[in-house]
Design a protein around this ligand. Structure first.
Ligand code: NAI
Length: 245
């Protein structure tokens, strides 16, 4: 269990990242919540602290090296170590390829893929000295199967899977495992915006006949962040109700 471990989570102020923060805190981890949204991050950290958890808010952008270094420095200064990194921050800028703008491509690749690279490189320096680490990248089912209208997003998530496997090989000798969780369609603000008809059509393609919840993803992350997963690295854990296998 992640009892007593220090977990840095990006994009932790809402949605799946927030659920991951609460799930790890419930198992006794100390939480460093990083996000660009100051008010929401402060609110999430206050909620975590109200449950008795140790938690710290760091406001910053995962694509900016100086922000990420400040985040990892703050974690070490406050809590002495970084045991778990969850690269969860992500964005979409959907559109058909013919109409996709350079800026839409660059923004998605930058946050979803470069952001994970910068956070991993920075956290690795601390984990490497500790000879212990658990890195978990939040990919997506569409990085495995593709999706029309999301070429930039799918490419970023497929890239994240490649990054996961390369880092797993590179970091194993330091006792650092690197895995990905690939969520299917999860009920969040993003999917709440869909009509009932589209949500129904989506659910019909899922063997378990429902959209996933943020807690379904958080439970998988807790396992990969725990001591119990110590012999698993370079793995992509699909949490998709059987939609893609
Ligand atoms: P969300 O949009 O609710 O939350 C993302 C968080 O990341 C926000 O708090 C946002 O402020 C933060 N963020 C965005 N850019 C950032 C940056 N440059 N630096 C720091 N923080 C930044 O998204 P949601 O739905 O919770 O998704 C979380 C992760 O799960 C993402 O990586 C997403 O791609 C992935 N995912 C989500 C699925 C879904 O159905 N919701 C399905 C598959 C994957």
């Amino acid at each position: 269990m992640p009892q007593g471990k220090v977990a840095v989570i990006t994009g932790a102020s809402r949605g799946i990242g927030k659920s991951i923060a609460f799930a790890l805190a419930a198992k006794g981890a100390t939480i460093v919540a990083m996000d660009m949204d100051q008010a929401a991050t402060d609110a999430t950290v206050a909620e975590l602290q109200a449950t008795g958890a140790k938690a710290l808010a760091v406001v910053g952008n995962v694509t900016v090296t100086a922000d990420v270094e400040r985040m990892i420095d703050a974690a070490v200064e406050a809590f002495g170590r970084v045991d778990i990194l969850v690269n969860n921050a992500g964005i979409t800028r959907d559109g058909l390829i013919m109409r996709m703008k350079d800026e839409e491509w660059d923004a998605v690749l930058s946050v979803n893929l470069k952001g994970a690279f910068v956070c991993t490189r920075t956290a690795f320096k601390v984990m490497s000295k500790q000879r212990y680490g658990r890195i978990i990248n939040i990919a997506s089912i569409v990085g495995q199967m593709g999706n029309a209208g999301q070429a930039n997003y799918c490419a970023s998530k497929a890239g994240l899977i490649g990054l996961t496997k390369s880092n797993a090989r590179e970091m194993a000798k330091r006792n650092i495992t690197v895995n990905a969780v690939a969520p299917g369609f999860i009920a969040t603000a993003m999917t709440d915006a869909l009509s009932d008809k589209i949500r129904g059509e989506l659910a019909a393609q899922i063997p378990l006949e429902r959209l996933g919840s943020a807690d379904d993803i958080a439970n998988a992350v807790v396992f990969l962040a725990s001591e119990a997963s110590g012999y698993i690295t370079g793995h992509v854990l699909a949490v998709n109700g059987g939609m893609y296998m």
